[in-house]
Design a protein around this ligand. Structure first.
Ligand code: C2E
Ligand code: MG
Ligand code: MG
Length: 566
């Protein structure tokens, strides 16, 4: 509060005090003088006596004036108090509700839920807390601006309000997150499901905002105190609303994880999963800083000649608590928590240092995440890294997956062109698993297509399944894009592929991915080391750098399988 208003208040209070003093004095005087003056004034008016004492009459009039003054001040005071009360009410209202949508806010929702739960228990009803998060709202905001985003939020709030039962409470907990809480008959547990299903149909439908068509879907998580209300041992009894909210949040997270636009009820197992996930997040953050992510290398072979032509770098997390962890587990989390760029830079720096010790004819492929491709400066940063590591761009091939192409084809195209102009090759990884159109494939300047290993493994079934691979090979020939086949596991697959054309390939037939040190040993045996490398000391250095040994390699596959199941 400002000093001016503070002194103003003090001055007002002084005035009020003086006015009160004057009014009280006036009333006392009025009682004292009025009792003797009034009867003589009355007698004078009715002609029954002489004129009253002028002094006393004046004193009486002054008294009356002072009483009127005091009364007016009292009225002023009352209206000031009313205004102040109104302002306080507005402030209270603002503190309780979200100004954009008029829904309750997070804090007041917790209080209101506690109250509602209290009432529902008294009435023998169950209570459901339902958390709603809009899918891809950030994208809506980014693409159409914040004012459209705000309109989407108000519209969603209106639609929800219209469809919820009368006594349900609706809140906007922040950003694109809404929640409602409702009491329901515990003998009719399907009530909440029916409502949620109706919400999917009606709330998340297409909206037209001043000509901008926006499709909104929602992920929903629900938690109920229905089954557990009677169980006194349940911790929910102690901190009701917060625990319910937390559970609904966990269920909502599950809905997001399972692909969004769906709903889940809370289950205890979800909590463990979330705890594990949080541990992974913390471990990954710490591991990136501590250099626990290390490059492994998989051989790439010219299938026609059988010669080694290069390696694909595959990241591994050498976690102190979990052992060697598969990229299928940690890459999606690293993407989500925003450390993928830093992780990739560190891995590439290590891989460039390793690959500089190899025969310069050998190439190095690295996988780049779609999240990295969103950075408009990605190609510049990569080229800077190449310069800093003194690694020739023409030995580098980057692999991007089809999912990069959905996001911003224009930007990806210019990025690919800029990398290629510097001599870096770009290949389309896991081809056939995404949704890239033939048109995109024709118009994007890829240097190579890598057929996903799911198609290659099908080649084991002798008959018809080779048709897809055959078709992709012909497509590559037609577009003049060389092909690499991933996941060659046995001789039969290799023979089939060799009959299809001149391909490159990789897979466990040639061995599992290896550490930097193992690669150096392999290359030393075949005489494919760079001429200026001293192998003995360098392999020791490489072993130190990667911090792993050969024994780790065999552990990779089972752990990867085990962890990607979680
Ligand atoms: P990818 O780029 O398609 O890599 C090939 C994956 O197939 C590797 O799995 C490799 O170990 C596995 N593989 C190779 N040959 C065979 C085979 O004969 N049979 C079978 N069953 N599998 C085979 P990995 O190392 O677990 O990597 C999985 C994915 O993780 C990679 O798929 C790639 O998309 C991603 N990844 C790996 N390292 C990085 C990285 O540094 N950055 C990014 N963004 N992604 C990475
Ligand atoms: Mg790859
Ligand atoms: Mg692949």
């Amino acid at each position: 509060m400002s000093q001016d208003s503070e002194t103003g208040k003090i001055r007002n209070a002084d005035r009020d005090l003086i006015a009160l003093g004057i009014a009280i004095a006036a009333i006392l005087l009025f009682i004292a003088t009025g009792s003797s003056v009034l009867p003589s004034v009355a007698r004078a008016i009715f002609g029954e006596g002489g004129s009253p004492d002028h002094l006393l009459v004046n004193a009486l009039l002054l008294n009356i004036a002072l009483i009127i003054f005091g009364w007016r001040r009292y009225r002023e005071l009352m209206s000031e108090i009313a205004e102040r009360r109104k302002a306080e009410e507005t402030a209270h209202q603002l503190a309780q509700t979200d100004p954009l949508t008029g829904c309750l806010n997070r804090r007041s929702m917790a209080e209101a839920t506690d109250l509602l739960r209290h009432n529902s228990i008294a009435r023998g009803q169950a209570l459901a807390f339902v958390m709603i998060d809009l899918d891809n709202f950030k994208q809506i905001n980014d693409m159409n601006g914040h004012s459209v985003g705000d309109r989407v939020l108000t519209k969603i709030a209106d639609r929800l309000r219209d469809r919820l039962p009368k006594d349900a409470l609706l809140a906007r907990l922040g950003g694109d997150e809404f929640a409602f809480v409702m009491a329901y008959d515990r003998n009719k547990p399907g009530t909440v499901d029916d409502l949620i299903i109706r919400l999917f149909d009606t709330v998340g439908s297409t909206m037209d905002i001043d000509g901008v068509i926006v499709d909104v879907t929602m992920s929903i998580g629900a938690a109920s105190d229905g089954e557990i209300a009677a169980d006194k041992a349940d911790p929910l009894h102690n901190h009701d609303a917060e625990a319910l909210m937390h559970r609904a949040d966990i269920a909502m997270y599950q809905a997001k994880k399972q692909g969004k636009n769906r709903y889940f009820w809370f289950e205890a197992s979800m909590e463990n999963e979330l705890r594990f996930r949080n541990e992974l997040e913390t471990g990954i953050r710490r591991g990136v800083a501590a250099g626990e992510f290390v490059p492994y290398y998989e051989q790439q072979i010219d299938l026609e000649t059988g010669e080694l032509v290069g390696f694909e770098m595959l990241a591994r997390w050498n976690s102190p608590t979990l052992g060697l962890v598969s990229p299928e587990v940690f890459i999606p989390i690293a993407e989500e928590i925003g450390v993928i760029g830093e992780m990739s830079d560190k891995l590439m720096t290590q891989a460039f240092a390793d690959a500089r010790k190899w025969d310069p004819a050998l190439t190095l492929s690295v996988n780049i995440s779609p999240v990295q491709m969103r950075d408009p400066w990605f190609s510049q940063k990569l080229l800077r890294l190449l310069v800093a590591c003194k690694f020739p761009p023409n030995r580098l091939e980057i692999e991007i997956t089809e999912s990069c192409l959905h996001e911003n084809v224009g930007m990806v195209r210019s990025m690919i062109s800029s990398l290629r102009n510097q001599g870096v090759q770009v290949s389309l990884d896991d081809f056939g698993t995404g949704y890239s159109s033939l048109e995109q494939l024709r118009s994007l300047p890829f240097d190579r297509i890598k057929i996903d290993r799911s198609f290659i493994s099908e080649l084991r079934n002798a008959d018809a399944s080779s048709k897809i691979v055959d078709a992709i090979v012909s497509l590559g020939q037609g577009l003049k894009m060389p092909i690499t086949a991933e996941g060659i596991e046995d001789k039969q697959i290799l023979d089939t592929l060799r009959s299809m054309g001149h391909l490159k390939g990789q897979g466990y037939l040639y061995g599992q991915p290896e550490t930097g040190r193992q690669v150096l040993e392999r290359l030393q045996e075949t005489g494919q080391l760079s001429t200026d490398v001293e192998v003995a000391s360098d392999s020791a250095q490489a072993a130190d750098d990667v911090g792993t040994d050969a024994a780790d390699v065999d552990d990779t596959a089972p752990l990867a399988r085990q962890m990607s199941k979680r």
